[in-house]
Design a protein around this ligand. Structure first.
Ligand code: PRX
Length: 637
């Protein structure tokens, strides 16, 4: 039962979502983009010019010849002929300027251990790693897997790969050995970075043994580089393993960045889709940083001396774009915190904000809701005067959470930027800017230069207030270039569902003011605590248990995590249904997929609703579970 005080807080903040939160005069006066509507209009007149101007914020070894090329659509190209390097822009170019002595990374772990790196120090560390990797034979075009906690070394590893022109493939360290092995195999990674372990809720999570398990199922890994993070004992394989510190020992502190084509791939990041095979989303050296830098500067209103804390994990796109690359491209300070936000007490997150004078806090609705449960007294204990802007990402933020965040964390003064985007888009796509009038629970309007819409299956605009498919009508520099090793799937997933537009897989509606309200996914992708996971992936993991012959998985609403998993299972004839078996199967899936798979319930059934072609109708399972109308069941057998 929530405490009395919490109940009052909730009623207080529960108001109509139509209310406009107008920006204060002070915010407008100080904003990087003071005139919101005019900026939108100007960018819409000529998006290419808008992005050309944004690209000037980067350093180019050779200027581009053509801004945009759609000759081979949907394999669009940006800044064709330009030469650049993602890591050079994030790091090297700041050295020799006044930024070099500024803090690039502030790190703290759950136990309170602190580490700080200036830009110059980070540059030296990355260069040592670049030299060591080059010495080992890692070169342009190779793939390097990274399975690490949120520690400075993960940033170094990513930057070093980018500097060489090798593609990093970061796998979230909450994934299982199987999921890691699948991703290593798809990318054919040569080297993997990991750590002995990580800290989580006072416990030590053993990462190295997960990597050991994974690489048994792979053939390409030739080296495992291990950061000594929490000094727990590991099995050390002398042929394969090397400690990170030994790997870089004695290496020169200078290294040249590879001159990359703007369209050369910078990294691959796997994400879930409709099939059980994850998609390797490819981003490039030129366009990706253009989009990331422009959005971080405008959405979060950076002035140059900010401390930016994005609470995501580097293993997701939010971490790539807004923990590592975005802040470093902008030459500001990023915070990396390894641990839980409520350890040892529910105000750890607010303490970190105060301790490091965080100016921008970018987090997820699931975290806000978890903090709401503890009660407003925790953020109320902290004045957090440094905070200027708040951000939200990963799933729809419910108006109550938005208002709580605005009132108790931002003290009613910090605008909340609800940023809608995806692994595929690379950057914030539908989001307000601080000078925009806000509505609690809406991601507002598309970022300047982006044309988004809500349409039906035929691509026709749907009327105001009516739900439809969220699509992007034009192209943007930081967009996905392809699916690694699978260009056909790229075409099919994003450019074939609705003709001529980028299909996001989300449903949304637009209100009378042109504000977007994102409703969730149309496809079989779940959002569990903001983490993207495919129903097909989960089902195939259930079926890999010997007692299970068929599985249908749905997401059911959860007040904190947004969605959690419910599975309907058909057992084989020999298996005997029991609670013990349920527990065993859940354990199997958790082991298989990792802790990202939060399973609420398992139900044994005799039949699953299917179409004539044999596809499980998860929609029907979900409607029955939630007591909703079944909808069109004409294709149901
Ligand atoms: O459904 C949308 C939801 O997250 C999906 C993308 O997930 P992922 O690629 O893991 O990237 C997450 C972080 C960018 C989207 O298709 N989503 C993301 N942000 C929002 C959101 N849904 C509603 N509102 C948001 N602000």
């Amino acid at each position: 039962m929530p405490k009395k005080q919490d109940k009052r807080e909730l009623t207080e903040v529960f108001q109509s979502s139509d209310k406009i939160y107008a920006p204060s005069k002070k915010i407008i006066k100080e904003a990087n983009v003071p005139d919101y509507e005019k900026t939108l209009k100007n960018a819409a007149k000529n998006p290419l010019k808008f992005w050309e101007e944004a690209a000037m914020d980067l350093t180019w070894f050779k200027p581009w010849e053509k801004t945009f090329d759609d000759k081979k659509k949907p394999f669009y190209k940006w800044f064709v002929g330009g030469k650049c390097n993602l890591a050079y822009n994030a790091l090297d170019r700041h050295v020799g300027t006044e930024i070099e002595n500024k803090l690039a990374i502030i790190f703290e772990d759950e136990n309170g251990t602190e580490k700080k790196y200036t830009y110059k120090e980070l540059y030296f560390e990355v260069n040592k790693l670049v030299n060591a990797l080059r010495g080992y034979g890692v070169k342009k075009g190779d793939r390097v897997a990274i399975y690490m906690p949120n520690i400075p070394e993960i940033s170094m590893a990513m930057l070093a790969c980018a500097k060489i022109g090798a593609m990093h493939s970061v796998v979230y360290a909450g994934f299982s050995s199987q999921a890691l092995a699948d991703r290593i195999n798809d990318a054919r990674a040569k080297v993997i970075f990991t750590a002995d372990g990580s800290f989580r809720r006072g416990k030590v999570i053993d990462l190295k043994s997960i990597v050991d398990e994974a690489i048994k199922q792979t053939k390409t890994i030739k080296r495992v580089i291990v950061v000594k993070n929490n000094k727990q004992p590991i099995k050390f394989n002398k042929k394969l393993d090397v400690w990170f510190d030994d790997f870089i020992k004695g290496q020169p502190t200078e290294a040249k960045a590879a001159k990359m084509d703007a369209e050369d791939p910078a990294f691959v990041l796997y994400t879930s889709g409709t099939t059980s095979k994850p998609k390797g989303i490819v981003h490039v050296h030129g366009g990706y940083p253009v989009g990331v830098l422009r959005t971080i500067k405008w959405v979060f209103d950076l002035k140059g001396d900010e401390v930016f804390w994005c609470t995501a994990d580097p293993g997701w796109i939010t971490g790539h774009s807004y923990i590592i690359y975005g802040p470093l491209l902008a030459g500001i300070t990023t915070v990396q915190y390894e641990g839980m936000p409520d350890m040892p007490e529910p105000d750890r997150i607010w303490k970190v904000v105060e301790k490091y004078n965080v100016n921008v806090l970018y987090t997820a609705p699931t975290l806000i809701r978890a903090m709401m449960k503890y009660g407003a007294k925790w953020p109320q204990m902290h004045a957090m005067p440094s905070l200027r802007i708040l951000g939200s990402v990963g799933e729809p933020i419910n108006p109550e959470a938005w208002k709580w965040y605005h009132k108790y964390v931002g003290k009613g003064k910090c605008p909340v930027m609800d940023t809608w985007w995806q692994t595929e888009t690379g950057m914030n796509m539908i989001t307000p800017l601080p000078s925009a009038p806000l509505k609690a629970g809406s991601a507002c309007k598309p970022f300047p230069g982006i044309i988004a819409d809500v349409v039906d299956k035929k691509g026709k605009k749907v009327p105001v207030g009516k739900g439809g498919f969220l699509v992007i009508r034009n192209q943007w520099p930081s967009m996905i270039r392809t699916i690694f090793n699978n260009p056909e799937r790229y075409i099919k997933t994003y450019w074939s569902e609705v003709k001529g537009v980028f299909f996001t897989g989300d449903v949304a509606f637009k209100d009378k003011d042109g504000y977007f309200w994102i409703q969730g996914r149309t496809d079989d992708v779940l959002k569990v605590a903001g983490h993207r996971i495919g129903t097909a992936e989960v089902e195939s993991s259930f079926v890999s248990h010997p007692a299970v012959v068929e599985a249908g998985v749905i997401g059911v609403p959860d007040p904190v995590k947004g969605e959690v998993i419910k599975a309907f299972l058909i057992l084989n004839a020999k298996a005997v249904a029991s609670d013990e078996l349920k527990i065993e199967i859940i354990k199997h899936v958790r082991h298989n997929l990792g802790p990202v798979a939060v399973i609420k319930e398992v139900e044994f059934v005799d039949k699953l609703p299917k179409t004539r072609s044999g596809k499980i109708m998860r929609r029907v399972l979900k409607a029955k579970e939630l007591g909703l109308p079944l909808g069109d069941t004409s294709s149901l057998v």
